[in-house]
Design a binder for this molecule. Structure first.
Ligand code: NAX
Length: 328
């Protein structure tokens, strides 16, 4: 149809926003035949800078961009939104304790959860990129009782893409040969990128690598600490790759994952794989018609069990902390 899809983006004047908005507007999210209306949320002091970004969006004359609205009130910006990409968050600054970070973000994501609950369209899908992404998604979800919990997800697609890229480089194969990659757990240094269920040209990836030491001492920490390596090299955190992963995640959610493959998404656990119900943890999922389903029946050996449990434990601690702060 020709009715524009309303895509809300928060933190729109930030670094990820500067890459993300142009990709969405050019059709990378919904394709060349679907007009999009961008609804951009920023804090008051960043609105002037956001106006400059909107001038640049205008200057691209994207055929798929039907309109742009900006503002600092989530109740206005989320009105009628079909997709909300929650990118804006309060970054951890020097000397900030984890509790401070959780409460600063708690204020943002409780308010945005309520605003989505009251104003978003009935078919809303919400992807959280802003960190701590899993727990921010949990806070938003808990403050939006009228939105089904399956409509919330947190981004682990960047970690997923990083894992594919590292494995492809190790084996000297194109990324297209790699399927069924999984990130388990939290989008943090405890995440577990799993090669034991991944496939390379149809064969088991861990067997193709044939080197447990590389998996444990090289692959897993390289993927888990890639964000820090980018900061070290670039002097700024990953932005274009984070925007690209945000697009991949939302596009596959809406359009469906590929036949014979799966993707990683952090979603509300139903208890699968021993992950406590309700926490937002990353799983292998397939998607179809805007819904996701956790891939079932994978055998989890002791090594993987330990890695998944460690990351899930961190998520439970974050959940307990935000519960104590009265945010959920
Ligand atoms: P920036 O600091 O460049 O941009 C964030 C923007 O959010 C700022 O313009 C700020 O004004 C805005 N903002 C803050 N509070 C807001 C609110 N209440 N409503 C609307 N906007 C608000 O950060 P950027 O590099 O763009 O990163 C954004 C977030 O993504 C950060 O939390 C970052 O940690 C997180 N990331 C998550 C990744 C993931 O894979 N899940 C990877 C990349 C990135 O580190």
């Amino acid at each position: 149809s020709n009715t524009p899809v309303k895509v809300a983006v928060t933190g729109a004047a930030g670094q990820i926003g500067y890459s993300l908005l142009f990709r969405i507007a050019s059709g990378a999210l919904l394709g060349p035949d679907t007009p999009v209306q961008l609804q951009l949320l920023e804090i008051e002091p960043a609105l002037k800078s956001l106006e400059g970004v909107v001038m640049e969006l205008d200057d691209c004359a994207f055929p798929t961009l039907a309109g742009v609205e900006i503002g600092s009130d989530p109740n206005v910006i989320f009105d009628g939104a079909n997709i909300a990409l929650l990118v804006g968050a309060r970054p951890r600054t020097k000397g900030m304790e984890r509790g401070d970070l959780l409460s600063a973000n708690g204020a943002i994501f409780t308010g945005q959860g309520k605003a989505l609950n009251d104003h978003a369209a009935d078919d809303i899908r919400i992807g959280v990129t802003g960190n701590p992404a899993n727990t921010n998604a949990l806070i938003a979800m808990s403050n939006a009782p009228d939105i089904p919990s399956e409509r919330f997800s947190a981004l682990t697609r960047l970690d997923h893409n990083r894992a594919i890229s590292q494995l492809a480089a190790k084996l000297g194969v194109p990324v297209t040969e790699i399927k069924k990659m999984t990130i388990w757990g939290n989008h943090s240094a405890t995440q577990y990128p799993d090669l034991f269920h991944a496939e390379v040209s149809g064969k088991n990836a861990a067997e193709a690598v044939g080197d447990q030491a590389w998996i444990e001492n090289d692959f897993i920490p390289t993927v888990a600490k890639r964000g820090a390596a980018i900061i070290e090299a670039r002097g700024a955190s990953s932005a274009a790759s984070a925007a690209s992963a945000t697009i991949d995640a939302a596009r596959d959610w809406i359009k469906g994952s590929a036949e014979g493959d799966w993707i990683s998404m952090a979603v509300a656990s139903d208890g699968s794989y021993g992950v406590p119900e309700g926490i937002i943890s990353s799983f292998p999922v397939t998607t179809k018609n805007g819904d996701w389903e956790i891939v079932q029946g994978l055998e989890i050996d002791d090594f993987s069990r330990g890695k998944i449990d460690a990351s899930v434990k961190e998520l439970e601690e974050e959940r307990d902390a935000v519960k104590e702060l009265g945010l959920i």
